[in-house]
Design a protein around this ligand. Sequence first.
Ligand SMILES: Nc1ncnc2c1ncn2[C@@H]1O[C@H](COP(=O)(O)OP(=O)(O)OP(=O)(O)O)[C@@H](O)[C@H]1O
Ligand SMILES: [Mg+2]
Length: 259
Amino acid sequence: MSQPEDERREALLTVTDVHKTFGSTEVLRGVDLTVHRGDVVAVIGASGSGKTTLLRCLNGLETPDRGVVEMDGGPRVDFATRPSRKVVHALRDRSAMVFQQHNLFPHRTVIQNVLEGPLVVQKRPVAEATAEAEALLARVGLADKRDAYPVQLSGGQQQRVGIVRALALHPDLLLFDEPTSALDPELVGEVLSLILELAREGWTMVIVTHELQFAREVANTVVFVDQGRVLESGPPSQVLRDPVEERTRQFVHRLLHPF
Ligand SMILES: Nc1ncnc2c1ncn2[C@@H]1O[C@H](COP(=O)(O)OP(=O)(O)OP(=O)(O)O)[C@@H](O)[C@H]1O
Ligand SMILES: [Mg+2]
């Protein structure tokens, strides 16, 4: 996509110079990132490069030391000014995160897990939220698991419930942190297909993934994170096939040729 056209598209999320230190380790060292409405951004990078920390900073689960995270329509959170809890919660409310492990409550049924956010956090009417949760479960082929407990589901089914739980919050932005890396290989496809469907429906998402073939198919932008910075970003055809940076080239090569 050409630069002028890119600039005309509406930015949903703008991240500017985000820094995060744990102890004496500076994990994020000035991250800049723009996500436009309808973008699917695949974030790739070596283990320990800061991908999970970055995602957590985007929805206020982690507090950057400094830098600005801004959502179109608000809030704009400048972490250098020690933002209030209220403004950080406002940031969190704009996105929903799907974790590596599904993180479902083990003692609650599927429908109870999905309804936790809409009812307890968002205080939406029970009948309306329940009808919507049931429709979402049906949509991902899990209507018959409505009253099952997480332990009674396969890993792929659990992760699909995790995605439904995120969708039920009506977020503007979906954040995925290696959504298939904890799954048995034969279960990966069902979760990736669902994410691909959501992408085609126009959901805006940021996906941390090591599945390069999937990234190539689903993403319009690939971001390579290296040592706490965005070293390179662009369309998959460029970053994955013909990267500018030598480190990107080495990383992609290693993933494609592990031994
Ligand atoms: N809560 C924490 N306390 C201390 N150090 C942390 C914390 N969270 C992350 N780190 C450190 O920050 C660095 C980046 O971690 P992060 O989880 O963001 O990497 P990652 O790119 O997601 O790696 P992976 O691909 O293995 O998931 C690592 O060195 C990690 O040990
Ligand atoms: Mg991680």
